[in-house]
Design a protein around this ligand. Structure first.
Ligand code: GLU
Length: 309
């Protein structure tokens, strides 16, 4: 791979629980991509959704990353400290007359089959007075044109937001800034050039590209690795099948993730520690290897991790 002149990548966990195998896998993918490109790798804690957060999880995640040798550059950015920046972004969008209050009920939204029909569009925000305290959501108008990007792993992608989701939420009805807004503002603020993350976030990408453009922020390159799925086709998650990461076996955990990322370890690295595994993985990482994770491989990995627990 040809090194990129200036590369800033990031891992942006939400502190809704400790890392599991699936989230270690995406953290590792972004870490390896950054290091292969001689880049910097940042960690941002996306702690702006208190109802979903678990006390202590942010620290646990950072200790887990360190335990697996995934050391970050610079200090961790906490989104809970960035509320003013999100409010300023809202003000910019008000100036552009792109956002409106929405009081549609959950029942009504459910009946729309996930594409918002624009019913509240006439309630434009024309000033920022108490824009985030009113008890209604704020949506941004979705453009009716394709948003295209060259995904670093999946190739050419394109989506028309007006058709796929319609006007989308940037401030929730409970007054909390939505993920789409905060993530875009911070990717721009931190100068992120490359985002490698799970393909469960694929449909967020055109929304983020659109927001970044509206806020005159630089759009990074995106690459989506296939998330690890269980046999029912569900994402490996805390709620589902995800084996807990065993803190006593960081080397074995990294080995499992490397296998899932399509890297075949040489026999002499079997049982190696993370300090040996990571330099090898940085040398051998290739985005193109990540796309074909076979279910048998997952079986193998899950069985292995059950042995380790
Ligand atoms: N915080 C998001 C999550 O944990 C990920 C954000 C991102 O990578 O864009 O799902």
């Amino acid at each position: 791979m040809v090194p990129v002149a200036s590369y800033i990548g990031r891992f942006a966990p939400s502190p809704t629980g400790p890392l599991h195998l699936g989230s270690l896998y995406t953290a590792l993918a972004s870490y390896l991509d950054a290091h292969t490109n001689y880049g910097r790798w940042l960690v941002r804690m996306e702690d702006i959704d208190p109802p979903r957060e678990i006390p202590g999880a942010a620290d646990t995640i950072l200790r887990q990353l360190e335990n697996h040798g995934l050391h970050w550059d610079d200090s961790v950015l906490y989104q809970s400290q960035r509320l003013l920046a999100y409010q300023q972004a809202i003000e910019e969008l008000v100036d552009k007359q792109l956002i409106f209050f929405c009081q549609c009920t959950r029942a009504r939204l459910r009946s729309l089959n996930s594409v918002y029909d624009g019913r509240c569009q006439s309630q434009k925000l024309l000033t920022t007075d108490s824009s985030v305290t009113k008890s209604s959501a704020i949506r941004i108008l979705a453009p009716d044109k394709p948003i295209a990007w060259q995904d670093l792993i999946r190739g050419p992608c394109s989506e028309n937001l007006a058709q796929s989701c319609g006007d989308f939420i940037i401030v929730r009805r409970d007054g909390l800034f939505a993920y789409q807004l905060a993530v875009s503002v911070d990717d721009g603020y931190q100068g992120i050039t490359h985002i490698i993350r799970g393909d469960d976030l694929l449909d967020s990408t055109p929304r983020q590209i659109y927001l970044l453009e509206q806020l005159s922020l630089t759009v990074p390159a995106y690459g989506h690795v296939p998330v690890i799925k269980d046999h029912d086709g569900d994402k490996l998650s805390k709620q589902g099948f995800a084996p807990m990461l065993n803190a006593a076996t960081p080397g074995a955990n990294i080995e499992q993730c490397l296998t899932l990322l399509g890297l075949n370890l040489p026999i002499d690295l079997a049982g190696a520690c993370v300090e040996e595994l990571l330099p090898w993985a940085i040398k051998h990482w290739a985005r193109s290897k990540t796309s074909h994770v076979k279910p048998e491989k997952l079986d193998f990995v899950i069985n292995l991790s059950l042995i380790h627990i």
